[in-house]
Design a protein around this ligand. Structure first.
Ligand SMILES: Cc1ncc(COP(=O)(O)O)c(C=O)c1O
Length: 388
């Protein structure tokens, strides 16, 4: 590829493309409610901002590629407290968001011809990153009737089908499904994984703190500790602490993988911002009560949006248990990309479900104020009503 070659459109983020279109229409003076981005509309908590202000007074020099020691310590403390996991210092590495951590892991381990099992609906970046590493995403569809969860039977079938499976991706609460796995689900998946000792598991827990029931969060590494040696747990401050732009995420897993990921990190951007890492320490060590308060607000918005959407007979929509997305299915089956464009001109920006492996669906983010969200859903319902 020549340096001037246009970037492959298939690898561009469809979410960012829709957000850009919405912004362009708004710049023209149109009234468009943007339900595209997976970005909390809250700010980082005040004590985090204070810590950052204070850190500005110190010398913000280069820092280690695996993250500053106080942050690695704070990550291990939270993993112990929140998920009962004992993690050694050499099992943690920090990067520019969960996104870069996932990319580093794939880049450190994949070779052309390798396959990565990705359940659909999926976060749009997984297949793009896998392709950028020269490997193949092997998509396993899930369905609403199974709560959009990967079942042990499907995983076993996918692994039998794969020629060179390297990773299995698990993401719960899922983007865009909002689904969680029960202990029994995870035990069943673990049982299948035990038969494939060479396969690694990418457990993307970035939405772990955004949940709408009182049950404790379960991650594969705590349910099946015998598999911990091949699980990469991924998390970060973007969603829980509303710190998307600070770019701090981390991976916890086997020391050899972590070391390989840190080497990749050291050659692409050295480290994520030292200032952001100091702020992330304050986020992880500081009070956590605001999480429940924000979740109550997200939950109220979710329910308000569901009331509007469920009143429409052209929509089927599940109630998400976590994260902040709704994934309505439009009936009868439509071209979701054409519909998303049509909706832009009807004043609501959404992301076509095909971006997440779910043609015929739309993704709506409810990380926006309730009035705009309800109005956006009302515009969607009204636009569907005018279609033949
Ligand atoms: C499932 C999932 N994983 C990872 C990320 C990346 O998060 P970060 O901001 O930490 O890079 C996102 C962001 O939208 C996501 O939805």
């Amino acid at each position: 590829m020549s340096p001037a070659a246009a970037p492959n459109r298939a690898l561009q983020s469809p979410i960012l493309m829709m957000a850009k279109r919405a912004a362009a229409l708004r710049a023209e003076g149109r009234d468009v409610i943007d339900l595209t981005l997976g970005e909390p509309d809250f700010n980082a908590p005040e004590h985090v901002l204070d810590a950052a202000r204070q850190a500005l007074g110190s010398r913000l020099a280069y820092s280690p590629s695996n993250g500053i020691e106080p942050l690695r310590r704070a990550i291990r403390m939270r993993l112990k407290k929140d998920r009962g996991l004992d993690v050694d210092d050499d099992q943690v590495t920090v990067g520019c968001g969960a996104k870069q951590i996932i990319f580093n892991a794939l880049q450190a381990t994949l070779k052309p011809g390798d396959e990565v099992i990705v359940p659909a609906p999926y976060w749009a970046s997984y297949p793009a990153m896998i392709s950028l590493c020269g490997a193949q995403p092997l998509i396993l569809p899930t369905c609403a009737a199974e709560g959009f969860r990967l079942t042990a039977e499907h995983l076993a079938a996918g692994l039998r089908l794969a020629k060179s499976p390297k990773w299995v991706v698990l993401n719960a609460p899922g983007n865009p499904s909002g689904s969680l796995y029960s202990e029994r689900d995870l035990q069943a998946l673990a049982e299948v994984l035990r038969q494939y000792p060479e396969v690694l598991v990418l457990s993307d827990d970035i939405y772990a703190e955004i949940r709408y029931n009182a049950k404790p969060y379960l991650t594969l590494a705590s349910v099946a500790p015998d598999l911990a040696e091949r699980i990469l747990l991924v998390d970060g401050v973007s969603k829980a602490y509303a710190m998307t732009g600070w770019r701090v995420g981390w991976g916890c897993g086997p020391a050899s993988l972590i070391s390989a990921m840190t080497t990749v990190q050291s050659q692409n951007c050295t480290q994520t911002s030292t200032l952001s890492q100091l702020a992330a320490v304050a986020a992880l060590e500081g009070p956590q009560e605001f999480l429940a308060e924000r979740n109550a607000i997200y939950r109220q918005r979710r329910d308000a949006a569901l009331r509007v959407l469920r009143a429409c007979d052209k929509i089927n929509v599940s109630c998400p248990e976590g994260a902040f997305y709704l994934l309505p299915q439009i009936k009868p089956k439509i071209d979701d990309q054409a519909l998303a464009l049509e909706l832009l001109y009807a004043g609501v920006a959404t992301v076509p479900g095909s971006a997440f492996g779910m043609p015929g669906y739309l993704r709506l983010s409810f990380a926006t104020d309730e009035a705009s969200l309800v109005e956006g859903c009302t515009r969607l319902v009204r636009a569907l009503g005018t279609r033949s």
